[in-house]
Design a protein around this ligand. Structure first.
Ligand code: SF4
Length: 360
């Protein structure tokens, strides 16, 4: 599974599932959006591991996400669990990707056997690369691991983060990747957002949610894939503020690992009138139609503060017309292609690197 296939599926409701296995990470990147550290209590105990496996084993060939993304923190702190989840998801026909910071490559030694076993079971492997990360794991070590994984036949990609389109690091690093690997290593390039440890690193003029809104009042494609947070809560949106916020705003809470299985979470994702409206109209328009005042916190702040009481739009979106509009919106976004999605949600000048070498 290539990076472009994953991004292509991103607007499709319930086509994917993000699983944050842990919030722990041995690295200390200054811009970490999840503020991960080895002290975090958000690490799965035996009960949570059982719940995760039970949840993934509830996939069936007819009801499964197309793609499962294992993230963290650092998911390869749990190579045995990552491997078990991968095999369980693949047994139902899902394909599995994992994003790692490559902590195990810091000292230049061989990849530990348990970690290599987890990586080579995957359908796609992604690694992080950016300036703060290079202070933790040298670029040469990242390239060495990627070459080894490619040689094992697993498609790979890099997730790069910079301060914005003008960041010279992004120009230099993406050139270096293209020189080293050509089109074999696609890249997803993002901009640092002031969440987690990056809070306070950026000027306040940079809005917290600038990369999520495809224009004032636009619909939100980020409410399409459920996210399992490290505490087992299932959230409708991957925005880190939504993943971390407790209590989760009712319209963004899809359930909990302790109580729910995938068919239930999938049905809630597809059938929630409020989520359909966020995906098709967006929170700004929805607030305006509700007659609700603008909320602080920008685009996502307005989404979090949507009134609990259903409005006329919710009633309309609950029916077949709401489902059809949701499907058409996803189909239109997918027809635009993965690079178009990343021009809205990533660092626009680098969006084409999702498929390097392809005509744009
Ligand atoms: S908080 Fe709402 S508007 Fe913001 S990314 Fe999540 S679903 Fe979209």
């Amino acid at each position: 599974m290539e990076l472009s296939e994953i991004v292509d599926l991103r607007p499709e409701p319930a086509a994917g599932l993000l699983v944050a296995l842990t919030r722990r990470c041995p690295l200390a990147c200054a811009h970490c959006s999840t503020a991960s550290s080895m002290d975090s209590p958000d690490h799965p105990d035996g009960t949570r591991r059982t719940q995760l496996l039970r949840f993934v084993r509830s996939f069936t060939p007819a009801q499964r996400p197309e793609a499962v993304l294992l993230t963290g923190g650092e998911p390869l702190l749990l190579p045995g669990l990552a491997h078990e989840l991968t095999r369980a998801a693949q047994a139902a026909g899902s394909r599995v990707a994992l994003l790692s910071g490559l902590f195990f490559a810091r000292d230049g030694g061989p990849v530990p056997a348990t970690i290599l076993r987890a990586i080579t079971a995957l359908d796609h492997f992604s690694a992080s690369l950016d300036a703060p990360h290079e202070r933790e794991v040298p670029r040469a070590a990242v390239f060495r691991v990627l070459a080894q994984v490619l040689d094992a036949g697993v498609p790979v990609s890099l997730h790069l983060t910079g301060t914005g389109p003008e960041d010279p690091y992004l120009a230099e690093a993406t050139d270096a990747v293209l020189r080293e690997f050509g089109a074999r290593v696609p890249m997803l390039v993002n901009e640092v957002r002031p969440v987690g440890r990056a809070t306070g690193l950026l000027p306040t003029a940079v809005g917290p949610d600038r990369a999520f809104a495809p224009g004032p009042g636009g619909p939100c494609a980020m409410a399409a894939w459920p996210v399992i947070a490290p505490d087992g809560t299932v959230v409708a949106c991957c925005n880190q503020r939504a993943v971390d916020r407790r209590p989760v705003p009712p319209h963004l809470r899809l359930g909990h690992l302790a109580e729910d299985d995938w068919p239930t979470v999938r049905r809630r994702t597809l059938d929630s009138p409020r989520l359909r409206l966020i995906r098709t109209l967006g929170p700004d328009r929805l607030r305006a139609r509700h007659g609700t005042e603008p909320a602080p916190g920008g685009y996502c702040g307005g989404c979090h503060a949507l009134p609990d009481r259903p409005g006329a739009d919710d009633l309309a979106a609950a029916g077949p017309a709401g489902r059809l509009l949701d499907q058409l919106t996803a189909a239109r976004r997918r027809a635009e292609g993965p690079a178009a999605l990343l021009r809205h949600h990533g660092c626009a000048p680098y969006a084409h690197l999702v498929r390097p070498g392809a005509a744009t």
